[in-house]
Ligand binder design. Structure first.
Ligand SMILES: [Zn+2]
Ligand SMILES: [Zn+2]
Length: 448
């Protein structure tokens, strides 16, 4: 990189130009349309540590960090090192009656393949290691370019992909799954935590910090500048009412064509005023998830063999067993993650779809809150799938003690994925679109 032009290097004593926040580098009006309610706002100048929230629904539009590039780079590098440590050393070991087994992190996925559960195995390895690894490499690649003032090739494509990876990285959920599994077997066998277990905990924490450190407004500005705001755009009303829409990836406000379609001028993302067929897709995904929830509960999620005696257990059966063992807190965790969260999500999303345009069922802000909660908690249901993956890999002592996965593991995993997709296809902006009148009498009788 020695032949790079020096124009991006900072002049001593002056702030680094390429590190400065967008408002310092442009005098253009920076419009944003809230992703959750479509309100059009002009971003105020933000200092590091400040954030801009939507005045109508409270959704955070931009969070400005101190030295965003250095911060993300340092966190992503540290997280990458922790991930490499986590996959290179023993994760956890168990021993019972002289028999023992020691596993590495990746075996939580590979053992499942041996039991004809390749889809569950893929879901486990993708969510705990592969996707987070790709995400971190993407962040490092992007910030490396931004730090030297010259984006590296494919930076825009990577920046677009990063946003889509966020909900599918579940290292933190896996840790809770690991703790639940270890408590489940702690009374029956001796458990020893390996170096990789601690490295993975550090990795999960650093991954969360890295995700939070991404200032996508600053990043997109540094990658591709700020094109002129569409002519005649007015703040204080919705973008859709003016034929505009905010890009879901980079945030730029764009004008749509006569058919309500367009492409983002900054990042190239395809644009629509609202997610196409949002309600139909959400309903279809919810119906499939509800169907899959039946085999998820009817069939055993895993079978425990102890001293030659096999006992299959369903999700609810596992909770009852834990209560009988006296492990109340763990029973509550599993019950909440495997029953309350998925059922609650199904009911909440179905209700949101039903009342989406009615003004009399809670106000729009409360419904948006409900939507945010369902979106946030969805991934935590994976705990039970991770518990199965860990126990199946770890508890291998032949007829003395072993655990095999049941058909409910795949069914339940698909419920989690389907409800997460349902939350993604639901467009929260529909909640804020003009409500249908209660009935004709009300609209005549109520003034204003
Ligand atoms: Zn809003
Ligand atoms: Zn864009």
């Amino acid at each position: 990189m020695l032949n790079q032009p020096l124009r991006f290097l900072p002049v001593p004593g002056e702030p680094q130009v390429d590190q400065a926040p967008p408002e310092v580098r442009t005098s253009r009006r920076r419009l944003r349309a809230c992703h959750e309610c479509d309100w059009l706002v002009a971003l105020p100048p933000l200092r590091p540590g400040q954030r801009a929230d939507c005045p109508r629904c409270g959704h955070t539009l931009v969070t400005r960090h101190h030295r965003p590039a250095q911060r993300s780079m340092a966190l992503a590098l540290a997280a990458m090192v922790a991930l490499l440590l986590a996959i290179s050393f023993p994760f956890v070991s168990f021993s019972v009656g002289g028999f023992g087994n020691r596993i590495e992190l990746t075996q939580t996925a590979t053992t499942l393949i041996g039991f004809h559960q390749p889809l569950v195995a893929i879901a486990v390895i993708l969510t705990i290691a592969v996707l987070p690894g790709l995400y971190l490499l993407g962040v490092i690649w992007l910030q490396l370019g931004l730090l030297q003032g010259q984006p590296l090739p494919a930076s825009r494509t990577i920046a677009r992909s990063l946003a889509h990876l966020n909900p599918w990285m579940m290292a933190d959920v896996f840790i809770i799954g690991a703790l639940v599994s270890l408590i489940k077997v702690a009374g029956l066998a001796q458990i020893e935590l390996g170096l990789s277990f601690w490295a993975f905990c550090v990795f999960a924490l650093l991954l969360l910090f890295t995700m939070q450190s991404i200032d996508s407004d600053w990043m997109w500005f540094s990658l591709a500048g700020e094109p002129q705001a569409p002519e005649g755009a007015r703040t204080g009303t919705t973008a859709a009412a003016q034929g505009l829409t905010g890009c879901p990836t980079c945030g730029l406000v764009n004008r749509l064509d006569g058919n309500g379609r367009g492409h983002c001028r900054r990042c190239g993302e395809g644009l629509r005023a609202r997610l196409p067929h949002s309600l139909q897709r959400t309903w279809a995904l919810l119906a499939t998830a509800a169907l899959m929830y039946i085999p998820a509960n009817v069939y055993p999620i895993m079978t425990t063999t102890s001293l030659g005696h096999s006992s299959p257990s369903t999700i609810i059966g596992g909770v009852v067993e834990l209560i009988q063992m006296g492990s109340w807190p763990i029973a509550v965790v599993i019950f909440v993650a495997s029953v309350i969260v998925p059922v609650g999500k199904l009911v909440a999303l179905a209700w949101l779809c039903l009342v989406v345009k009615r003004s009399d069922e809670l106000n729009a802000a409360s419904r948006t809150w409900l939507y945010r909660i369902t979106e946030f908690i969805g991934r935590w249901s994976m705990i039970d799938v991770f518990v199965v993956a860990i126990l199946v890999a770890l508890i291998r002592a032949g007829s003395l003690m072993s655990v095999t996965p049941g058909p409910a593991a795949l069914a339940f995993g698909s419920v989690v994925v389907l409800t997460m997709l349902a939350a993604m296809t639901f467009d929260p902006r529909l909640i804020w679109d003009a409500p249908l009148p209660r009935d004709s009498r009300d609209t005549q009788g109520t003034p204003g």
